[in-house]
Design a protein around this ligand. Structure first.
Ligand code: PEP
Ligand code: MG
Length: 887
């Protein structure tokens, strides 16, 4: 029989490996079992498996037949270990119920603490703890949480009732509330539940437990969990486990405490314990940002210039025990850990450990440091850094010399700098971002409902919350700069204004955040490009040593080529020459060329473009200094270059001496219903070979000139776009070869060069064997190949593709991440057929997918020679290529 429940703690050890398998018991459950297994103090508990969750959801909310009995047995295990009975009115066992999916989903799933309390057991807790205030405080927390999470009542109902009660009693803070005050609140809370639901708050601990289990399972399918999964590529069929664990209390007076900690600094990667704690508090108080927590270590407290004592100073014994646990955990997991702990009357308890989320900067530093410490090897270090996270390091930071008008300072919760217009809620953030505006989301504190707005924003600013608050954790995960807990920030939602320091701002005003220092500034502040040295350079060197595929770049300006080379590009995989034609100065000649009535007219215009193109190629060859450069001949539909307004037609007519009417007629002839499938790519070359002839001439003249000047001969790779047949390529290769021979004769110098093609149409992929008889290289143009294979317009499909991703039709947007199952088949088939004809054929990819780690992994599998990505993605591609090779 499959067991759906595994116990942990209290001295149990399981032979069944599933008990520590996070796909079965979730990340939290696996780590609790693991910690208990290495002898750490873990309150006993049990985990209901993810498999049961998946079953339950599929069955429309029915538990397995055996579950009741298994849970009863597991509960008895806790009772035996703790020596208390669940529901015992004299001295009750209380439990926490938490979710725990395979990967941590911060803030996404729900937690209930103090479960098992009711009107009787609360008396027992008061008696057994000798602390009535604590007992009633625990009970009101339980009613509040349970009502919110399980019964679906709005948490404001409870918060407002508490605020009013405090005001009536003349209290400022929760700590002033006495036992009787909490008891009154409990009565009031019970009244709210009765009022809203027409039934009393559940008193039966078993009913409470099963309600909570149901709520955890159901929350897997909540909207906010779905959004988080979509943003993080987490499959919907994993399900969550439920962890039920004996409660320990950090709120039993001044010798009790609770906290969260990282074994290294998650923002910088520094090898120093980093954490926050609160005396006399329950875990949720730290994470929710309700009270501002204190620093864990003396070092971090002093560095921050904070007064309230660190745990190291205030509770030296418990702290020493905790520090020993940190060391043990790092040695055991060989990874930075993010832990939750509680001290109950001086005794340390571990409630959670997991791999800690970190900034890209910290990820790099830790990976490199841990190799130095002998904790991990180079390969592990390479595999540990998420290539996409490098993005954070590749983006600008604030120019230290730029003037700053500092409004406030908060916690440096997630590094990087961002400027944008203030928006005060997540929906506004999303709608403005969709219009292309840069926005900064400003909130009192964020909650999981804000995820979409945080994702849409360039940066996040909150008035409340510490370094481990929701805003901080989520922003770091997303790579958004974030300043949290900004002192002196208040928001007036009614008027949509805010006060920072002594200044009044309104929604729409521009501010700048520095998530690395915590500064909040008025207006936009100048930024500078990042430097790729230090740990970044070390890890990139390791990656380069372990990857097989080369990494090139898609670039067409010398500036972009230079950036890409700084980022480590080993050549150009795609130089889109039409981008050079859009230049303001050249567009007239381009238009003249397109609208010419005959070849002679076109040649006259092309003669004007030739020197410009030659200069372009010259500059690029010079920057690339002998590295391979793939130049793609003109591709786009001609009408993209046409004049639009009457004024533009008149101007062009003046310039080239052809009447406006003639120009308009000619433009009308060029109009296409479906330009993506129209007169573009090599079809232009077939009908107007003189265009490609000019471009080829410009390429070879520039290459010869650079060879003469520098002694370093470029090896141009001339690429023909949108080929479907061998014959197209043959004809156009002829045009290129003749131009080359002519130039070489004129210059008295012969250079190596290659002519190849893009594979971006299904027919080309299918006929790759034949096409390779002519083409010396293939570059997979997966943008067009995706468009033509799926029959999805790359220009129009964004509008509805979201729905496709949301409904699971595509795991990801196929224009972002290659549709490996479908389009991928054409790629591997073409690679295979191409190689059969020409074993040494060079194969690369230059569609956007060349910068996407999942697609890069596929390219490695197919055995491509290189991937080509936009300049800022080159480091991502280098690391992803190394990871693909290592996996
Ligand atoms: C492609 O189609 O993948 C490609 C790289 O060419 P373009 O995006 O210029 O059409
Ligand atoms: Mg294309």
């Amino acid at each position: 029989m499959t067991s759906y429940v595994f116990t942990f703690g209290g001295g149990v050890t399981h032979a069944d490996p599933r008990a520590k398998d996070k796909t079965v018991v979730g990340g939290k459950g696996a780590n609790l079992a693991e910690m208990a297994g290495i002898g750490l103090p873990v309150p006993p508990g049990f985990t209901i498996t993810t498999e049961e969750c998946v079953r339950y959801l599929a069955e429309g909310g029915d538990f397995s037949d055996s579950l009741k009995a298994e849970v009863a047995e597991a509960l008895a295990h806790i009772e035996r270990s703790v020596g208390k009975q669940f529901g015992d009115p004299a001295d009750p066992l209380l439990v926490s119920v938490r979710s725990g999916a395979r990967v941590s989903m911060p803030g996404m799933m729900d937690t209930v603490l103090n479960l098992g309390l009711n009107d009787q057991t609360v008396q027992g807790l008061a008696a057994s703890s000798g602390d009535a205030r604590f007992a009633w405080d625990s009970y009101r927390r339980f009613i509040h949480m349970y009502s919110d999470v399980v019964l679906g009542l709005d948490h404001h109902l409870f918060e407002d009732a508490l605020e009013i009660a405090k005001e009536d009693a003349g209290y400022y803070a929760d700590v002033e509330m006495q036992a009787e005050d909490w008891q009154k609140i409990v009565k009031e809370y019970e009244g709210i539940v009765q009022d809203k639901l027409g039934r009393p708050f559940p008193q039966d601990p078993q009913e409470q437990l099963w309600g909570a289990i149901r709520a955890v399972f159901d929350s897997w399918d909540s909207d906010r969990a779905k959004v988080y999964r979509r943003l993080n590529d987490i499959p919907g069929d994993w399900g969550t486990a439920v962890n039920v664990q004996a409660m320990v209390f950090g709120n039993m007076g001044e010798t009790s405490a609770t906290g969260v900690a990282f074994t290294r600094d998650p923002a910088t990667g520094e090898k120093a314990y980093y954490g926050e704690w609160l005396i006399n508090a329950q875990g949720e108080d730290v994470v929710a940002g309700i009270r501002t927590p204190q620093y864990l270590t003396k070092y971090s407290r002093e560095r921050a210039g904070a007064k309230p004592l660190s745990m190291e100073e205030a509770m030296p014994e418990a702290y020493a025990e905790l520090a020993a646990v940190f060391e043990l955990l790092e040695q055991h997991y060989r990874e930075m850990q993010d832990i939750e702990f509680t001290v109950e009357r001086g005794k340390l308890w571990m409630l959670q450990t997991r791999t800690g989320k970190r900034t890209a900067k910290a990820a790099l530093k830790m990976a490199v440091d841990m190799v130095g410490e002998g904790l991990i090897d180079e390969k592990t270090a390479i595999l540990r850094v998420d290539p996409m996270a490098l993005d954070q390091l590749l983006h600008p930071t604030l120019d230290p010399d730029a003037p700053r008008d500092i409004l406030a300072k908060g916690l440096p919760a997630s590094p990087g700098a961002a400027s944008g217009a203030i928006v005060l809620d997540a929906d506004t953030a999303q709608s403005h971002a969709e219009r292309g505006e840069a926005v900064i989301l400003v909130r009192v504190e964020t909650s999981p409902e804000d995820i979409h707005g945080m994702h849409a924003a360039k940066g996040i600013l909150t008035a409340r919350g510490g370094m481990t608050s929701h805003a901080a954790v989520v922003a770091r995960g997303m790579g958004r700069p974030c300043v949290s807990g900004a002192a002196g920030l208040s928001i007036d939602m009614a008027n949509r204004t805010l006060r920072i320091g002594n200044r009044e701002l309104k929604e729409g005003d521009i501010i700048t955040l520095d998530g690395t220092t915590g500064d909040v500034m008025a207006g936009e502040v100048r930024t500078i490009e990042p430097e790729l040295v230090g740990d970044f350079g070390v890890l990139m060197d390791w990656a380069d040593r372990h990857r097989r595929m080369k990494v090139r770049t898609n670039a067409e300006t010398p500036a972009d080529c230079r950036t890409a080379r700084q980022f480590g590009a080993e050549g150009i995989g795609l130089c889109r020459t039409e981008h050079m034609f859009f230049d303001d100065k050249r567009i007239a000649a381009v238009r003249q060329m397109i609208l010419a009535e005959d070849e002679a007219g076109r040649r006259a215009a092309l003669a004007k473009l030739l020197p410009e193109q030659r200069a372009d190629f010259h500059a690029i060859f010079a920057v690339m200094a002998g590295l391979p450069v793939t130049i793609r001949l003109l591709d786009p539909p001609l009408h993209e270059f046409l004049p639009h307004s009457d004024a533009e037609f008149a101007e062009l007519s003046d310039m080239i001496g052809i009447g406006v009417d003639t120009l308009k007629r000619r433009a009308g002839e060029l109009y296409e219903f479906n330009p993506m499938l129209g007169h573009r790519g090599c079809r232009l070359g077939i009908t107007f070979p003189e265009i490609y002839e000019m471009q080829a001439r410009a390429i070879f003249e520039a290459a010869c000139d650079v060879a003469a000047a520098s002694g370093e001969a470029p090896v141009p790779e001339v690429m023909i776009p949108l080929v479907a047949t061998r014959r197209e390529l043959e004809i156009l290769k002829g045009v290129v070869d003749r131009a080359a021979q002519a130039v070489f004769a004129e210059k008295g110098r012969t250079l190596h060069y290659h002519v190849g093609t893009m594979i971006e149409l299904p027919r080309a992929a299918l006929m790759a064997g034949e096409i390779a008889e002519v083409g010396e290289f293939f570059s997979f143009g997966t943008n067009d190949l995706t468009q033509t294979t799926l029959g999805l317009s790359r220009d129009d499909s964004a509008k509805f593709l979201n729905a496709y991703v949301e409904q699971g039709i595509f795991a990801r947007d196929p224009f972002v991440s290659l549709d490996v199952d479908g389009v991928g088949q054409l790629v591997s088939l073409a690679a295979e057929r191409g190689r059969t004809t020409r074993p040494d054929i060079k194969l690369g990819i230059c569609g956007e997918h060349g910068g996407d780690p999942a697609s890069i992994a596929f390219c490695e599998k197919v055995g491509l020679d290189y991937v080509s990505a936009s300049p800022f993605r080159v480091p991502i591609a280098r690391l992803a290529a190394a990871q693909a090779a290592l996996r």
